[in-house]
Design a protein around this ligand. Structure first.
Ligand code: 5GP
Ligand code: MN
Length: 343
């Protein structure tokens, strides 16, 4: 059986909150990834069995490779003007808001103010360090590798394992799989596999889910990846680091679509000796920075210090409101300051 990592008192509180609520909204961080979508939709499928009026609202669109997820067609995307009024009303009139897979209100981007202003009771379910206090109930377990796993644990602890249907199980598995790179990092905890065992018994086709997520790329994306590795990857052997950058023009040249650059940041880590990898993408309004590492190199500290971001030790992100050249300079000047963390 699974260890009871979520405090009994919190499980009871949340069970009561769900029972008392009629209108429930589930929100995720901007740029929802597999875990954000898995946790939100997994929870949504469960809440639907409870006959609650429930909506998943995300600040910005998920990548295309997640749109097969059961329930994804029903989510509201706040950044789309046609969804905003409906989303504002749902958030304002909600009795209960679940904030999943993020630890700070600013990760809600343009949705932050409405969520904070809502009179709804708020519950955070997350696995990032240092949760901020913008909710009534906080479930925060940074040592658990995905929020989707926490959703599974929470549903079970509330006594509702029997309500986990196939769609719910598929979403939870997707989140667990994507936040561990297909169980290649942060994935040594044996109970992960107890949960997978249960999910498979519920009928998930884990091989199919892997294909849905990792084998549905466009030819444009593959060419963009090739271009990045051949032309755009800079290696800094003395700092065991690598950097890939993409400008607006380059993205356009490869018909960039949402999510096309997902995973590029991980690739340089497979070079022998490279333990820190950074990817920068020039968006219309900012530079999006993604950081990854192996071992104990603290990407979240680096992200916080130089790019106003944060995240996990080995996977974090941030933003820069400079030019791409300046962001690169900031990165390069940061490297010597982090030499102490190299292996
Ligand atoms: P990604 O590079 O895939 O966008 O993000 C990796 C992880 O870094 C996310 O799961 C999240 O924990 C964190 N992260 C990404 N962007 C930001 C950001 O702007 N601020 C903070 N605090 N964390 C971020
Ligand atoms: Mn996550």
């Amino acid at each position: 059986m699974l260890t009871k990592i979520i405090a009994e008192e919190l499980v009871h509180k949340i069970k009561n909150e769900i029972e008392d609520a009629e209108n429930i909204v589930v929100v995720t961080h901007v740029g929802p990834d597999g875990d954000a979508m898995g946790a939100a939709l997994g929870l949504w499928h469960f809440l639907m069995t409870e006959n609650k009026s429930t909506k998943v609202i995300v600040p910005s669109p998920p990548p295309n490779f997640l749109m097969w997820m059961p329930g994804a067609e029903h989510i509201l995307i706040y950044r789309y003007a046609e969804s905003q009024q409906e989303a504002d009303e749902l958030i304002a009139n909600a009795d209960l808001i679940f904030a999943v897979d993020f630890n700070a209100a600013n990760r809600l981007s343009g949705m932050a103010d409405v969520v904070i202003a809502s009179k709804a009771r708020k519950v955070m379910i997350d696995h990032h360090l240092n949760p901020e206090n913008f909710v009534n109930i906080t479930i925060s377990h940074p040592n658990i590798s995905s929020t989707s796993e926490l959703i599974f644990r929470l549903i079970c602890r509330m006594g509702y394992f029997h309500k986990i249907n196939l769609a719910c199980a598929e979403c939870i598995y997707t989140g667990m799989m994507t936040d561990t790179g297909g169980f290649t990092y942060n994935s040594n905890h044996e109970e992960i596999y107890t949960i997978i065992y249960e999910l498979i018994k519920l009928g998930i086709d884990k091989d199919k889910i892997y294909q849905n997520v990792y084998s549905t790329y466009s030819a444009d994306r593959m060419r963009l990846m090739g271009y990045c590795l051949y032309q755009k990857m800079k290696v800094y052997p003395e700092y065991q680091a690598a950097l890939i950058t993409l400008t607006k023009d380059e993205l356009q040249q490869f018909n960039y679509d949402n999510g096309d650059a997902e995973g590029f940041v991980n690739i340089p880590l497979s070079i022998k000796g490279i333990i820190f990898s950074v990817f920068m993408r020039e968006d219309p309004d900012k530079i999006k920075v993604s950081l990854r590492s192996e071992g104990t190199f603290p990407t979240n500290k680096f992200a916080a210090e130089f790019f106003g971001g944060g995240g996990h030790l080995n996977a974090s992100g941030g933003e820069s409101y400079t030019t791409l050249e300046e962001a690169v300079k900031i990165f390069e000047e940061g490297l010597p300051l982090y030499k102490e963390f190299l292996s």
